[in-house]
Design a protein around this ligand. Structure first.
Ligand SMILES: [Zn+2]
Ligand SMILES: [Zn+2]
Length: 185
Protein backbone atom coordinates (compact mmCIF):
# COMPACT_ATOMS: atom_id res chain seq x y z
CA UNK A 1 0.00 0.00 0.00
CA UNK A 2 2.21 2.79 -1.32
CA UNK A 3 1.70 6.56 -1.59
CA UNK A 4 3.46 8.50 -4.34
CA UNK A 5 5.13 11.54 -2.73
CA UNK A 6 7.15 12.65 -5.78
CA UNK A 7 5.14 15.89 -6.10
CA UNK A 8 5.77 17.02 -2.49
CA UNK A 9 9.10 15.51 -1.50
CA UNK A 10 11.13 18.60 -2.37
CA UNK A 11 8.77 21.20 -0.86
CA UNK A 12 8.53 21.64 2.88
CA UNK A 13 4.91 22.21 3.93
CA UNK A 14 3.46 20.66 0.77
CA UNK A 15 0.87 17.94 1.20
CA UNK A 16 -1.04 15.41 -0.86
CA UNK A 17 -4.27 13.56 -0.11
CA UNK A 18 -4.92 10.08 -1.39
CA UNK A 19 -7.58 7.39 -1.36
CA UNK A 20 -6.41 3.82 -1.65
CA UNK A 21 -8.29 0.56 -1.89
CA UNK A 22 -6.26 -2.59 -1.65
CA UNK A 23 -6.72 -6.26 -0.78
CA UNK A 24 -4.98 -7.28 2.44
CA UNK A 25 -5.76 -10.96 2.83
CA UNK A 26 -6.34 -11.42 6.53
CA UNK A 27 -5.61 -9.75 9.86
CA UNK A 28 -4.64 -11.51 13.04
CA UNK A 29 -5.52 -10.27 16.51
CA UNK A 30 -5.68 -11.93 19.93
CA UNK A 31 -4.78 -15.31 18.46
CA UNK A 32 -7.36 -15.35 15.71
CA UNK A 33 -7.04 -14.89 12.01
CA UNK A 34 -9.85 -12.92 10.34
CA UNK A 35 -10.18 -12.82 6.56
CA UNK A 36 -10.98 -9.51 4.88
CA UNK A 37 -14.26 -9.80 2.98
CA UNK A 38 -13.26 -6.96 0.65
CA UNK A 39 -10.47 -4.49 -0.02
CA UNK A 40 -9.20 -2.26 2.77
CA UNK A 41 -10.07 1.41 2.16
CA UNK A 42 -7.66 4.11 3.24
CA UNK A 43 -7.84 7.90 3.14
CA UNK A 44 -4.60 9.58 4.02
CA UNK A 45 -2.90 12.96 3.99
CA UNK A 46 0.85 13.15 3.63
CA UNK A 47 2.68 16.35 4.60
CA UNK A 48 6.32 17.15 3.99
CA UNK A 49 7.49 18.42 7.39
CA UNK A 50 11.03 19.20 6.28
CA UNK A 51 14.39 17.47 6.63
CA UNK A 52 13.10 14.68 4.42
CA UNK A 53 10.32 13.68 6.84
CA UNK A 54 6.76 12.87 5.81
CA UNK A 55 3.87 13.00 8.26
CA UNK A 56 1.14 10.54 7.30
CA UNK A 57 -2.29 10.91 8.91
CA UNK A 58 -5.04 8.61 7.81
CA UNK A 59 -8.06 6.49 8.40
CA UNK A 60 -8.45 2.87 7.36
CA UNK A 61 -11.59 0.79 7.09
CA UNK A 62 -11.85 -2.96 6.69
CA UNK A 63 -14.67 -5.47 6.62
CA UNK A 64 -13.77 -8.82 8.17
CA UNK A 65 -15.35 -12.25 8.14
CA UNK A 66 -16.02 -12.96 11.82
CA UNK A 67 -17.97 -15.51 13.86
CA UNK A 68 -20.04 -14.45 16.87
CA UNK A 69 -18.63 -15.54 20.24
CA UNK A 70 -22.16 -15.98 21.63
CA UNK A 71 -24.20 -17.62 18.85
CA UNK A 72 -21.34 -18.74 16.54
CA UNK A 73 -23.09 -17.27 13.48
CA UNK A 74 -20.87 -15.67 10.81
CA UNK A 75 -21.15 -11.91 10.41
CA UNK A 76 -19.32 -8.99 8.81
CA UNK A 77 -17.23 -7.04 11.29
CA UNK A 78 -16.48 -3.45 10.28
CA UNK A 79 -13.23 -2.13 11.72
CA UNK A 80 -12.18 1.50 11.48
CA UNK A 81 -8.81 2.79 12.62
CA UNK A 82 -6.97 6.08 12.58
CA UNK A 83 -3.23 6.11 12.23
CA UNK A 84 -0.43 8.62 12.19
CA UNK A 85 3.29 8.27 11.64
CA UNK A 86 6.44 10.11 10.69
CA UNK A 87 8.40 8.53 7.88
CA UNK A 88 12.03 9.48 7.42
CA UNK A 89 13.89 9.39 4.16
CA UNK A 90 15.80 6.14 4.06
CA UNK A 91 19.07 5.43 2.33
CA UNK A 92 18.89 5.12 -1.43
CA UNK A 93 20.35 1.63 -1.33
CA UNK A 94 17.45 0.51 0.84
CA UNK A 95 19.53 -0.38 3.87
CA UNK A 96 18.23 0.82 7.23
CA UNK A 97 19.38 4.30 8.22
CA UNK A 98 20.70 3.54 11.69
CA UNK A 99 21.51 7.17 12.40
CA UNK A 100 17.86 8.00 13.16
CA UNK A 101 17.51 5.38 15.84
CA UNK A 102 20.32 6.62 18.08
CA UNK A 103 22.60 3.72 18.92
CA UNK A 104 20.24 1.33 17.17
CA UNK A 105 19.42 -0.52 20.36
CA UNK A 106 15.82 0.64 20.53
CA UNK A 107 15.21 2.29 17.19
CA UNK A 108 12.45 -0.10 16.12
CA UNK A 109 9.76 2.57 15.90
CA UNK A 110 11.48 4.64 13.23
CA UNK A 111 9.59 4.45 9.96
CA UNK A 112 11.26 4.99 6.63
CA UNK A 113 10.41 5.58 3.01
CA UNK A 114 12.53 5.08 -0.03
CA UNK A 115 12.56 6.98 -3.31
CA UNK A 116 9.19 8.46 -4.29
CA UNK A 117 6.98 6.14 -2.27
CA UNK A 118 5.85 5.86 1.35
CA UNK A 119 4.66 2.33 2.10
CA UNK A 120 1.97 2.55 4.81
CA UNK A 121 0.85 -1.08 4.46
CA UNK A 122 2.45 -2.44 7.66
CA UNK A 123 1.11 0.41 9.84
CA UNK A 124 -2.40 0.18 8.36
CA UNK A 125 -2.41 -3.56 9.01
CA UNK A 126 -1.13 -3.14 12.57
CA UNK A 127 -3.62 -0.40 13.50
CA UNK A 128 -6.58 -2.29 12.04
CA UNK A 129 -5.57 -5.39 13.98
CA UNK A 130 -5.45 -3.33 17.20
CA UNK A 131 -8.97 -2.05 16.49
CA UNK A 132 -10.47 -5.56 16.42
CA UNK A 133 -12.47 -6.06 19.63
CA UNK A 134 -11.50 -8.90 21.96
CA UNK A 135 -15.06 -10.17 22.11
CA UNK A 136 -16.76 -10.55 18.75
CA UNK A 137 -20.56 -10.35 18.90
CA UNK A 138 -22.92 -10.17 15.91
CA UNK A 139 -25.05 -7.65 17.80
CA UNK A 140 -25.24 -6.27 21.34
CA UNK A 141 -28.67 -7.87 21.59
CA UNK A 142 -27.40 -11.33 20.61
CA UNK A 143 -28.99 -13.92 22.94
CA UNK A 144 -26.41 -16.60 22.18
CA UNK A 145 -26.94 -20.34 22.47
CA UNK A 146 -28.90 -22.12 25.19
CA UNK A 147 -26.30 -23.65 27.55
CA UNK A 148 -28.48 -26.78 27.91
CA UNK A 149 -29.68 -27.67 24.42
CA UNK A 150 -27.46 -25.45 22.24
CA UNK A 151 -30.30 -23.86 20.32
CA UNK A 152 -29.63 -20.41 18.83
CA UNK A 153 -31.88 -18.27 21.01
CA UNK A 154 -31.94 -15.49 18.39
CA UNK A 155 -34.20 -17.79 16.36
CA UNK A 156 -36.67 -18.18 19.22
CA UNK A 157 -36.93 -19.72 22.69
CA UNK A 158 -36.12 -23.38 23.33
CA UNK A 159 -38.10 -25.88 25.40
CA UNK A 160 -35.68 -25.97 28.33
CA UNK A 161 -37.04 -24.91 31.75
CA UNK A 162 -36.34 -21.24 32.52
CA UNK A 163 -33.28 -20.66 34.69
CA UNK A 164 -34.11 -19.79 38.31
CA UNK A 165 -33.23 -16.14 37.71
CA UNK A 166 -35.69 -14.69 40.22
CA UNK A 167 -34.07 -16.55 43.12
CA UNK A 168 -30.62 -15.10 42.39
CA UNK A 169 -32.13 -11.66 41.85
CA UNK A 170 -33.77 -11.83 45.26
CA UNK A 171 -30.36 -12.54 46.79
CA UNK A 172 -28.81 -9.59 45.00
CA UNK A 173 -31.55 -7.27 46.15
CA UNK A 174 -30.90 -8.41 49.68
CA UNK A 175 -27.24 -7.43 49.33
CA UNK A 176 -28.12 -4.02 47.91
CA UNK A 177 -30.62 -3.20 50.62
CA UNK A 178 -29.59 -0.04 52.46
CA UNK A 179 -28.53 -1.31 55.84
CA UNK A 180 -26.16 0.55 58.06
CA UNK A 181 -26.04 4.32 57.76
CA UNK A 182 -22.34 5.04 57.23
CA UNK A 183 -20.96 8.11 58.91
CA UNK A 184 -18.68 10.21 56.75
CA UNK A 185 -15.38 10.72 58.59
ZN1 LIG B 1 -24.46 -13.68 17.89
ZN1 LIG C 1 -32.41 -24.98 25.62
Amino acid sequence: MRIDVSTIKDTKGASVEVQLSEAMGSLSAAGRELTCSGPVDVRAKVTNTGHGAMLVQGRARASLEAACDRCLAPFDLDVVSKFEGHYWKGREDGRPARAYGGDGADGGDELEYHGDFVDIGPEVRENLALAIPIRLVCSEECRGLCPSCGKNLNEGPCDCPAPPGDVRLAGLLDLCRPGRAGDRD
